[in-house]
Design a protein around this ligand. Structure first.
Ligand SMILES: Cc1cc2nc3c(=O)[nH]c(=O)nc-3n(C[C@H](O)[C@H](O)[C@H](O)COP(=O)(O)OP(=O)(O)OC[C@H]3O[C@@H](n4cnc5c(N)ncnc54)[C@H](O)[C@@H]3O)c2cc1C
Length: 390
């Protein structure tokens, strides 16, 4: 009988142990004991990953009791936070020092370590994913040592650890590059897909963030744009379609309806064609689909296994009800994503094999070599991660 499941309940596991440490010493003991007994370890945050990236039958280390600010440098615009800190806790904590993270995802429930481990991103053609903002990390490796890495200290380990899939150590602290606190003006509207794509270049370039959810049953796009503003929240009477507020209050939404999800990143210039092919397929083959497709943009980065590595990116995600079999829809979407050179989100459903991932990520083998060097006992390799070894 599984005693662990992810947020949606679609992924389950039967870990031998689930612990909730409140100190680094407790974490070191847990990792050392797991290594001695040959058990896999997974740190977990909010369990919001749809893939099996957080699942293990070994030891689950829940970081909920390990949160908060370690230090902040308002002049240098950096802060170090404990790994279990949730994104929704981070916003007010940083705002107290006049700072903010550069972007965040569609929700703010994730822990910082969980979010960076899968390359979590928001929307914005000039905005990179969250892992790109990491400037340093502390983590416990399988031998029980807590070590530091950064672009100048153990730089290869840093490359792996800031987008780690939970696979190289138990992250205890994350240092983030920040910006000054800022306000955003949100606009919501509904538009036909043909009209959105008639001016998609202007929509993505003219505001800091643009995205839409295409609602198949109405064949309409629920659009959202966020522009940076100096206006105060009180300058605008909040309406259903417009509001102003601090970035951490405005960017994320509440998503309480349980679902499962696939997301792929495709080259930005091919995003519109990819979306239109998906739309045609859904209307033809899944006319009853009740869940939307989401369309966003992400800036290129240099992370070894990032879905946005070396290319300006459009991300498109498909959602399905947890009471339904998601495979028919997701396989049909994946066939289209593959033809657009798509790379899967590491925290969402995909059916790519180890060799296919190696073809999509030229540094996949290097990521493993560095990982193996720092975890020779494979303490942080679960059965699911092992199946992706090149
Ligand atoms: C409703 C919903 C909305 C979402 N919106 C977005 C979005 O807008 N953009 C986007 O990109 N993704 C989105 N996602 C996906 C989500 O952001 C990622 O799956 C993210 O990794 C989840 O963070 P978490 O804290 O729940 O981590 P978990 O799912 O608990 O873990 C994710 C990975 O992080 C590792 N990990 C966690 N903590 C540690 C630690 N201390 N040390 C080492 N490894 C650790 C785990 O082992 C696992 O490999 C969404 C998911 C849901 C369910």
């Amino acid at each position: 009988m599984p005693n662990w499941s992810n947020w949606s309940g679609r992924q389950t596991a039967s870990p031998m142990r689930i612990i909730e440490p409140a100190s680094v010493d407790e974490m070191i003991q847990a990792v050392t004991a797991a290594t001695e007994h040959g058990l896999a370890v997974r740190g977990i945050g909010a369990t919001h990953s749809h893939s099996r990236v957080a699942a293990t039958d070994g030891v689950i280390v829940n970081l909920d009791a390990w949160n908060g600010l370690v230090n902040v440098d308002p002049d240098g615009r950096t802060a170090t936070v404990r790994s279990g800190t949730r994104i929704y806790e981070l916003g007010p904590m940083l705002a107290d020092h006049g700072l903010a993270i550069r972007n965040q995802g569609d929700i703010d429930r994730q822990s910082i370590a969980g979010a960076i481990s899968t390359g979590t991103h928001g929307t914005g053609a000039s905005l990179q994913n969250l892992s790109s903002s990491v400037t340093g990390l502390r983590l416990i490796t399988s031998d029980g040592n807590e070590i530091t890495c950064s672009p100048t200290v153990e730089p290869d380990l840093f490359q792996v650890a800031r987008h780690s899939l939970g696979g190289v150590g138990l992250i205890t602290e994350v240092e983030l590059a920040l910006r000054s606190a800022y306000r955003l003006h949100e606009r919501l509207w509904s538009e036909a897909p043909e009209d959105v794509f008639g001016r998609i270049g202007e929509l993505t370039a003219s505001t800091r963030h643009f995205e839409f959810f295409w609602i198949p049953q109405r064949d309409r796009c629920a659009c959202k744009s966020l522009a940076e503003t100096d206006a105060a929240p009180s300058d605008l009477a909040a309406t259903r379609n417009e509001r102003v507020g601090w970035s951490h209050d405005i960017i994320s939404s509440t998503r309480n309806e349980l679902h499962t999800e696939m997301e792929y990143s495709v080259p930005a210039d091919r995003g519109p064609d990819c979306f239109n092919e998906l739309r045609e397929m859904v209307r033809r083959d899944f006319p009853d689909l009740q869940w939307p497709l989401e369309y966003r943009t992400v800036a290129s980065d240099d992370l070894w296994i990032s879905a946005a590595r070396d290319r300006e990116t459009v991300t498109i995600s498909a959602h399905q009800d947890i009471s339904l079999d998601d495979r028919p829809l997701f396989e049909a979407c994946e066939a289209i994503f593959r033809s657009y050179d798509g790379r899967p989100h590491w925290g969402k459903v995909h059916y790519q094999s180890a060799s296919e991932l190696a073809a999509l990520h030229p540094r996949w083998a290097q990521w493993w070599q560095v990982r193996d060097r720092h975890d020779p006992t494979n303490t942080f390799v679960t059965t699911d991660l092992a199946s992706l070894r090149p």
